[in-house]
Design a protein. Sequence first.
Length: 183
Amino acid sequence: MSDRRISVTQTDDLDPDRAAELVDLCEAAFGEPFAAAWERVGPGLHVVADVGGRAVAHAVIVDRRLYQGHEADLAVDVGYVEHVATRPDVRGQGHATAVMRQVGEIIRDEYALGGLATGSNAFYERFGWETWRGPIGVRMPDGDRVRSPHEDGHVMVLRTPRSPASLSTDAPVYVDWRPEEPW
């Protein structure tokens, strides 16, 4: 689409109107209140597709760590993708595809690995994302590791030139706990 523009902005650099526009976009896409979700995931890098001066698709990359193995002995710095959303009235026009291509470039340039949790694996596979086949869990604040079997098959990773050679998507993987939705 020739009039689509992709922008990349840190959370702290979003002016209040732009932040409100992105919350509205996510609320329209997900059909639920969204303002508190920004606080839950923390600051990040927002990748936005605009058409005609209006935000139509969005994703945010936040810094996280994934821990691979039974004792979580391999910690990997991850660009974790959240809030991938497209306005319902413009779905199917390639806006999320354009956003995710830019997200992939950023992750490959700046991180050891990309990560996300989804129920739409086929969409992300087109961009080189792989479904994590091993058991999924959460690393609690006290260091305990707790299985999250409801996340099995929903976590995906994007390898980069800096991904550890020993990374195996068949091994257990953990993410640090956070309120509401750890993954």
